[in-house]
Ligand binder design. Structure first.
Ligand code: IFM
Length: 756
């Protein structure tokens, strides 16, 4: 895909339309505010065209025929539709004659602006500007502003309104659409099928033109548009302002119409300029807490800016019933479901810089605990087993038959849902990280400890006692490497399960978790006797699961060559990977990152070197783990390479990963690679800690990251041989440096030189 240009610091620019790339570009240019997301497709692209357009409301799912495989975010009616016609010719950037073009996303404030100069067949030179934002200051507002200026007299038609003729990836969800007028406003209520939600949109459109024209209504079953016809003379301009309120019944008490009217009223009082100013200020506040700056390397800076922008856009700022889907609110891949991508890859960024959003992610897992209990019970276990693909109830959206054999058409049994049990441990890991980073202990009594108790119960019941070996083991799992199914004693899973039990025991000992003495004794027993594969004393390598080292060792290319059909799942019994040591994504290396304090640098080095050539990185979650462990073992060159890979995945520069929506885990991984990786910063209960002196890639003159420890806003700046910690709060903050414990004074700085 042709590369996008990065203008000084903040603006991402496309210099020519790329119709073939529009699905990916609509992801890159998507806007969101945690409540809903709007893809960046041009106004004139009809919503009925599969792919580019899309608008999704976080926490609303639908399955029209009761199938898990169709349970997804329904695409909302398209309000971002505006069609312009001059002298009978309709504008479409993909086919119109253009003399200039620029689509630019300002990452500092989430303003998308498209400017084109269009030469019509009648010879008119028309300058068109399309602007839009999804309001960060007002959760249910989007605002569009379209203007045109012509160089000679012409007849103009502008058509705009709401078009419910939308498509989805897996099914049609809108069972019925009703349009009505509320005063001057167009009001649309779309009803989904099952569970049957009302999704409401309301807009009042203002067309400003030098002289009055004609307004007609274009209305049918699926759309309600206003059609303005008017004349422009040479040098004249016209503009259309379109504030839109978007609400979903799940989150509104009372009337949807009134909720929309309230949102619109605020937007109308402010108008475009003031609304935009408020929106900009809201974004500025987010960046002020979260920003990372890199000096000396624009590629790396673009990667982190882009990553942070989309993570800030997808964060659940306002509601603890929603979290962050794997593809954010920027697309509909993976059904809008929440995976471990959130807790392990995205969550730390929020915990360190936007703790309220992190608290809501925690709240979401608390709110869906019953679904996790149901899942554990349905599989015959105690406690809670979180959904591999989680939606609003916590019941698993993941099907048992995810793949089809392209050679026979038969469905293939897969085990993501039943066996990827580490998800429950990942949730607990995130809870602990949240408590350590923020100092919030209250959430344990607000449901947090219930989750941990149920998670510990689950692992205690899932582990089996093997008398012959005098230990507990965990059998038949799928580790993060999803190509090797039904394996026993996956090191990642067992270690994370033990960690969960330790967290539960620790909380019980501190009086933060209630359980019986018998149960506590049982957890202690399982924790102490659970088998966790250890590094081989000779090589340092941790065997990924029982028998892994007996598998065939061959170059990944060779394994790929044995794939019977390009669309066949590479793992499981039909894929060629299962019988080799080659893996889909970081597994042991992921563990070494997550539990980095428990493994020596020698072990990390040995495993990084062993697994790196055997990892296909067929998942976007993989490169970041290799970047992170590379920094631990001093391989900054590799860390840098993998950092660029992970942070640029959605920008299209690295391989086939781009698709519908942003890869939130990869974007979170970019932030982790900088903060946990290069900067080596950890937020511990005792203060921010540097696990070592920061390691900078060769090109970087400096890197600086903002964060918050226990409510104290801070910043860490690293230059070769020097670190500066800034305390932006009014209390002293203790820090743990490789050279020892120190204090950063209130509103002060601490500067230390170190060897490089
Ligand atoms: O959670 C991931 C998984 O680890 C690999 N496949 C894609 C999922 C969603 O991103």
């Amino acid at each position: 895909m042709p590369e996008l240009r990065f203008e000084p610091g903040w603006v991402l620019v496309e210099d020519a339309p790329e119709p073939e790339e529009e699905i990916a570009r609509s992801t890159v240019f998507a806007l969101a505010n945690g409540t809903f997301g709007l893809r960046g497709a041009p106004e004139e692209v009809p919503a009925s065209e599969q792919g580019a357009k899309g608008c999704y409301f976080n926490g609303i799912y639908d399955t029209p025929r009761g199938l898990l495989t169709e349970r997804e975010f329904p695409n909302l009616p398209d309000f971002a539709c505006v069609w312009i016609e001059i002298d009978g010719e309709r504008f479409d950037a993909r086919s119109s004659r253009l003399e200039a073009y620029r689509r630019a996303l300002d990452l500092s404030c989430g303003l998308l602006r498209r400017e084109v100069v269009w030469r019509t067949q009648s010879g008119v030179r028309a300058e068109l500007v399309f602007e839009r934002f999804v309001a960060m200051h007002d959760a249910n507002l989007a605002f569009l502003n379209v203007s045109l200026k012509v160089d000679r007299a012409c007849k103009v038609v502008v058509e705009s309104g709401i078009d419910a003729n939308v498509t989805n990836r897996w099914a049609d969800h809108l069972a019925g659409v009703r349009f009505s007028k509320v005063g001057e406003a167009i009001f649309c209520v779309a009803r989904t099928t099952d569970p049957g939600h009302d999704l409401a949109e309301m807009t009042v459109q203002f067309l400003a033109a030098p002289r009055p024209g004609r307004i007609e209504i274009v209305e049918d079953r699926t759309r309600y548009l206003e059609r303005y016809t008017f004349e422009l003379l040479a040098g004249e301009s016209a503009s259309l302002l379109k504030p839109v309120a978007v609400h979903a019944d799940r989150f509104v008490r009372g009337s949807l119409s009134q909720a929309c009217q309230r949102t619109l009223r605020r937007a109308l009082q402010d108008g475009w300029e003031r609304s935009l100013a408020r929106h900009r200020r809201a974004w500025a506040r987010l960046w002020d807490r979260s920003r990372v700056d890199i000096e000396g390397d624009d590629d790396a800076l673009l990667g982190i800016r882009f990553s942070q922008f989309h993570l800030l856009a997808a964060a659940p700022y306002r509601d603890a019933r929603i979290s962050v889907p794997a593809r954010g609110l920027q697309g509909q891949d993976y059904y809008g479901s929440v995976f471990w991508d959130c807790e392990i890859f995205v969550f730390p960024f929020y915990a360190y810089t936007q703790p309220e959003a992190a608290r809501n992610c925690v709240g979401y897992r608390i709110a869906t605990l019953d679904g996790a209990r149901r899942k554990a019970a349905s599989l015959g276990f105690e406690g809670a087993y979180y959904a591999w693909q989680s939606q609003e109830t916590g019941d698993d959206q993941c099907d048992r038959y995810v793949f089809t054999n392209p050679l026979t058409g038969e469905k293939i049994r897969s085990y993501f849902m039943d066996e990827q049990i580490h998800i429950t441990a990942d949730v607990v890991y995130a809870f602990r990280q949240y408590a350590e980073a923020t100092g919030d202990d209250v959430f344990w009594s607000e449901g947090g400890a219930d989750v941990v108790r149920e998670a510990a119960r689950f692992f205690a019941s899932r582990a089996v006692w093997v008398p012959a070996r005098g230990r507990y083991e965990i059998h038949r799992v799928l580790g993060p490497d999803e190509y090797h199914e039904n394996v026993d004693n996956n090191a990642f899973t067992n270690a994370m399960a033990r960690e969960t039990l330790r967290t539960a025991i620790g909380l019980a000992e501190r009086g933060l978790l209630e359980t019986s003495d018998d149960e506590l004794a049982r957890w202690r027993d399982v924790e102490a006797k659970l088998f966790v594969p250890e590094p081989d004393p000779r090589t340092g390598v941790i065997e990924q699961f029982d028998g892994y080292l007996r598998l065939r060792d061959e170059p990944i290319d060779e394994t790929n060559r044995r794939l019977a059909h390009p669309d066949l799942h590479k793992g499981g019994p039909l894929g060629p990977f299962q019988e080799t040591r080659n893996i889909k994504q970081a597994d042991v290396v992921m563990l070494l990152y997550l539990l980095r304090d428990r493994y020596s640098d020698e072990v990390k080095r040995a495993n990084w070197e062993f697994y790196e050539p055997r990892t296909a990185h067929d998942s976007s979650l993989s490169p970041m783990a290799y970047a992170l462990v590379a920094t631990d073992v001093g391989r900054t060159d590799w860390a840098y390479r993998y950092y660029l890979y992970t942070s640029h995945i959605d920008l299209g520069a690295y391989g086939p990963h781009w698709n519908h929506g942003v890869h939130t885990a990869s974007l979170g991984g970019a932030w982790l690679a900088i903060v946990h990786g290069f900067l080596r910063l950890r937020l511990t209960p005792d203060g921010p800690r540097l696990d070592g002196w920061p390691l900078l890639p060769e090109k970087w003159r400096a890197v600086e990251a903002r964060f918050e420890w226990h409510g104290h806003p801070m910043a860490l700046r690293a230059e070769p041989g020097r670190v500066v910690l800034e305390n932006r709060s009014s209390a002293d903050v203790p820090v743990i440096l490789p050279s020892g414990q120190e204090v950063v004074p209130a509103r002060g700085r601490l500067e230390r030189a170190h060897g490089v």
